[in-house]
Design a protein around this ligand. Sequence first.
Ligand code: SAH
Ligand code: SF4
Ligand code: F3S
Length: 460
Amino acid sequence: MELELPAREPDAAQQPKKVFVKTYGCQMNVYDSQRMADALAADGYVSTHTVEDADLVLLNTCHIREKAAEKVYSELGRIRQLKAERAAAGRETLVGIAGCVAQAEGGEILRRAPVVDLVIGPQSYHRLPDHIRRVRGGDKVVETEYAIEDKFEKLPALRKAAVRARGVTAFLTVQEGCDKFCTFCVVPYTRGSEVSRPVHQIVAEAERLAEAGVREVTLLGQNVNAWHGEGPDGVEWGLGRLLFRLAEIPGIARLRYTTSHPRDMDDALIAAHRDLPALMPYLHLPIQSGSDRILKAMNRRHKADDYLRLIERIRAARPDMAMSGDFIVGFPGETDADFEDTLRIVREVGYAQAFSFKYSQRPGTPAADHELQVADVVKDERLQRLQSLLTSQLNAFNTSVVGRSCPVLIEKPGRKPGQIVGRSPWLQPVILDESAGRIGDIVDTRISHVSGNSLFGQAA
Ligand code: SAH
Ligand code: SF4
Ligand code: F3S
């Protein structure tokens, strides 16, 4: 009689290792996650969307508000259980924390969540593969130094196959960090001081994106309009000049940039909005509050009126500019009158889109220790009033394009069969019949109606 041998599991050592990356926070984290996945791919890791399959779980975290930071710890609770289940099945799971919580809390994370093997701050991502190797050897690693070398220079180039898989729009970080020190904000502490990537690196990366089929590039920076660098002509370029250069790249049809600070909006950038057709008429320009008293306490270093005058100049250059912004309600000391000033500025500007938040006390920031903290119920009530105004503006903006024609960049299949989804120049999702064009096409579209937050249109 033959012995019945148990069916052999494929040898785990022969299987490629899998990495699951979860991204929280802003677009810069989205970009960083892609770069980390690409760097790990060069080391043999394939990406998975299923956390249960992952040999390495990487959380790319956000520290901007308390809720964002706390999400990480609740996720780590689930991962602890998963790690135990996988261990029982003889499979190892490594857990890494990247991003702004990693930078802010460092080794404290290991104390609070022993399931974590690696803590790595945003300035050290080029060292990720090395650190993973150490962790696989049994070490725990915490790396939150601001590296002297340029991480972008050291990271492997974007993988074209990965870019293709991500679609026809892409992010490209051109500037990182912040020297503005708004009194509520952790970013200067988690991302370090303002650094601009050099022109040649940005152009090379944009060319690579274009070769992989990308049609629209969004340049990223915490203060993207503070970007500057020496051009090949030996002259100092600002963001406006850089945008003109990127628009020359064959295949790149659309450019955007985010997030801008009102103080760094220079004439050349405003002129680019007038003269560069590839530059889309949508601008995210946060003001945070409409009250000069609060703006001063926030260390924004401009007044509400400066902001309004700036928008006048921008709209003179590009009359169809859609404005977007961020607002904080309940900053320490904010009175009803201050809040009314915020509502007033919102009414004056008329936003196409905006994000609003309740002030959150962040450890280590000056405003956190302020005596006059605003009660949560007051913040709730203000947030609700502000959001209902902003929602009505969003709806009014969407309705205002009905009956008009505009170019739509087709991005992906729609949720319903037979539909495709693209974006208007003003960043609105537009749903079309799939016969209108293929992904990557820019289709002249007549907008017929609005439903929810989506516009519907037909090829004109
Ligand atoms: N560099 C950008 C903002 C980056 S943070 C700028 O200067 O506008 C994104 C947004 O988060 C901010 O614009 C602000 O509205 C919000 N934010 C930052 N810190 C916050 C805090 N402590 N509480 C509530 N919202 C905050
Ligand atoms: Fe934060 Fe202010 Fe810097 Fe924006 S400009 S990242 S809000 S400190
Ligand atoms: Fe959050 Fe860091 Fe971005 S704190 S918003 S992930 S820069």
